[in-house]
Write a protein that binds this ligand. Structure first.
Ligand code: FMN
Length: 332
């Protein structure tokens, strides 16, 4: 079965999708990127760390900051404060973290469809910038509300809705329920973006078939593997562009992506480096030969530039081995 091309989104992920990583994902084929969620309360109080999370770069077009909060006026005010820098503003109704849900924000709001609709309406009224939302299926206590909320938000005029096919109660357990996403896409006239458990071309095809979605969003499958966007687009037959990392095996792709992440981090953060560098180092080397002993060494390195180089050297070493194996097998 073949599918018409749909946009592929890099999911917002706190502690992962920093600006340099989002730019890297774009170079690897992601059509849209979204910032990690940022508290409306932090932005309205002009908290420096919160504002750092909504920094962008001319290469990140469109720019989509994601915000969350439980106070409707504060959310509307935040939308006003962000409108100059944003192409779209995304509202989070999906976060399951107890410290967010305790404040009646994130996925906890799904228990109160009226409040969700009022919040989004006030946000829409306070700006000309399009508003999108990202939500789960429901709280998992009582019937799911995502279908009702989606229909009402489509009538309010949101740009699109991304649905993660799990409930708040499930957090990340179980498998994403793509059938419930299909019920939503079949019921509204705006694009529904399917999210949950897409990790390769095969699952992307199955997900599109099951959900009839107008786009795919990929989270964990893109951690340490930004190449996934290119792989899916190639696998789907949506484009025949050559990969930016050229020919070669998986080590070459990882090594190119890591070096590019370091370059982009230098460009956007300067010598301060990326605050997520260590986490990315672990993800980029996960499952590779000798990675666990290399990672033990990484824990003792405080200097970010040195840490970056250690991982580069390690990945270049794997490329060498990969090349030698290729040469040896082609001469057989
Ligand atoms: C480490 C991590 C951080 C996340 N942070 C956010 C976030 O800031 N905003 C958000 O809407 N979802 C966040 N999510 C949820 C993802 O965007 C996505 O909905 C979820 O991982 C399911 O998609 P997947 O199966 O492709 O991973 C996060 C997920 C992970 C694993």
């Amino acid at each position: 079965m073949s599918f018409e091309p749909v946009p592929i989104f890099l999911a917002p992920m706190a502690g992962v999708t920093d600006l340099a990583y989002r730019l890297l994902a774009k170079e690897c084929g992601a059509d849209y990127t979204v910032t990690e969620f940022t508290a409306a309360s932090g932005l309205t109080r002009r908290n420096t760390n919160s504002w750092l999370k909504v920094e962008t770069d001319p290469r990140e077009k469109p720019f989509i900051p994601q915000i969350f909060g439980g106070d409707i006026s504060e959310m509307a005010k935040t939308v006003e404060m962000l409108e100059d820098r944003s192409d779209v503003i995304d509202i989070n109704f999906g976060c399951p973290a107890p410290k967010v849900c305790r404040n009646d924000a994130g996925a906890a709001l799904l228990r109160d469809p009226d409040k969700v609709v009022n919040m989004v309406r006030r946000c829409l009224d306070s700006t000309d910038v399009p508003i999108s939302v990202k939500m789960r299926l429901g709280t998992g206590s009582g019937p799911n509300t995502a279908l009702e909320i989606s229909k009402r938000l489509a009538d309010e005029g949101v740009l699109r809705i991304c649905v993660h096919g799990r409930t708040l109660r499930q957090r990340y357990s179980g498998i994403a329920d793509w059938d419930q996403i299909r019920e939503i896409s079949d019921s509204v006239d705006i694009p529904v973006i399917a999210n949950g458990d897409v990790v390769d071309t095969k699952s992307a095809k199955l997900c599109l078939e099951a959900t009839h979605a107008g786009g795919l969003m990929i989270g964990r499958g893109a951690i340490g593997r930004p190449t996934i966007f290119h792989e899916i687009k190639q696998g789907m037959g949506w484009y025949d562009k050559s990969a930016p990392w050229g020919d070669g095996g998986p080590s070459r792709a990882r090594s190119w992506c890591w070096d590019r992440y370091l370059e982009l981090s230098q460009e956007v953060y300067g010598d301060t480096g990326s605050k997520n560098l260590k986490r990315h180092a672990v993800s980029f080397t996960k499952g590779l030969d000798g990675a666990s002993s290399m990672r033990v060494r990484l824990h003792s390195i405080q200097d970010k530039a040195q840490l970056g180089r250690e991982v580069s050297d390690y990945l270049h070493g794997l490329c060498e081995i990969e090349n030698q194996v290729e040469i040896a097998s082609s001469s057989l």
